[in-house]
Write a protein that binds this ligand. Structure first.
Ligand code: ZN
Length: 316
């Protein structure tokens, strides 16, 4: 049994599918509401039980995410799927609750420069705003998840000390979120760093607050970092079908790790995710058809292993 499996003996890894939000937000191609509704429904049909579906931010700033309310009204909403919406402030949270989101995700960035670019204010002001948000979300009996972006490196300030991230985490945990996660927004992290910081965060959070990870594959370290996060105690991982995505406010950021590539790797490590891989690959193919460029994910091209071995007829 591997270390990762041991940690998972009681609970499997949960995949939060972020293509409809983090994925599409960075694509220059703007998807229609129809396409976004179809993507979310295809994902829930493929077995994804947690989907970051929309964000409630200013559509002038992020036109890709306009019409969140309409998207949520039009999807085939499944009772066993948790639909999450991103919000950065009180106004966004109110919109999320009005749209009956199951989960509100709020993000603070680990460095002042990037937080000002992403959230428009200082870190302290973002967290002060979250106090207010926590009360509103908890009173509505919805789940509240806090993320710390650029936790492993910042495009503007460079190296981010672990203590800076843990200090932010302490302040967030005081607001009693249901979960907390670390995001490698620009794909700067490496596995030992991810394992250590995730383990420190898990210790800080305690058993009642699951810790998660969110990785971009900008420098091809995303999948190694995902495994390292599990070894550090992460219980959920964000990923985007097709590996689409990025961050419009971070220079040179590229796609999220791909859900289908991650799920195949985890399955073959003995870590179940509950996702129908063949169905997820069909979604990846469909996403590829919608895009004006090929998606970066690889398993849809290479085929599932070992299934593919049984269909090959060429010699050794
Ligand atoms: Zn991201």
């Amino acid at each position: 049994m591997t270390g990762a499996q041991r940690r998972l003996s009681l609970k499997g890894i949960e995949i939060c599918e972020v293509a409809p939000r983090d994925g599409l937000q960075n694509e220059s191609q703007i998807w229609s509401v129809d396409q976004r509704v179809a993507l979310i429904d295809r994902l829930s049909e493929a077995g994804l039980r947690r989907i970051e579906a929309v964000s409630f931010v200013n559509p002038k700033r992020v036109p890709q995410m306009a019409g969140a309310e309409e998207v949520m009204l039009r999807i085939d909403r499944k009772p066993d799927v948790r639909y999450a919406g991103l919000a950065l402030n009180r106004r966004g949270v109110e919109r999320a609750l009005a749209a009956d989101m199951d989960e509100v995700r709020c993000v603070v960035v680990a460095t002042e420069t990037f937080n000002r670019r992403n959230n428009g204010v200082a870190i302290a002001d973002t967290i002060a705003g979250f106090c207010d948000i926590a009360d509103v979300v908890h009173s509505a009996s919805k789940r509240l998840t806090f993320g710390i972006a650029a936790a492993f490196g910042c495009p503007f300030e460079g190296v981010v000390p672990a203590e800076t991230v843990l200090d932010i985490a302490r302040r967030l945990l005081a607001l009693q979120p249901d979960e907390i996660w670390l995001a490698d927004t620009i794909g700067a992290g490496v596995p030992n760093q991810v394992r250590d910081l995730t383990a420190d965060l898990a210790k800080l959070a305690g058993p009642g607050v699951p810790v998660g990870g969110h990785f971009h594959n900008t420098r091809n370290t995303g999948y190694a970092n995902a495994v390292a996060a599990i070894e550090g105690g992460a219980l959920f991982l964000d990923a985007a079908v097709g590996g689409i995505g990025g961050c419009p406010f971070a220079p040179r950021a590229t796609g999220n790790i791909a859900s289908e590539d991650l799920c195949l790797m985890l399955r073959n490590m003995g870590i179940e995710t509950g996702i129908d891989l063949a169905a997820l690959i069909a979604v990846s193919d469909w996403v590829n058809d919608q895009m004006d460029r090929p998606v970066p994910a690889m398993v849809a091209k290479a085929g599932l292993f070992p299934e593919i071995a049984e269909t090959k007829e060429d010699g050794p």
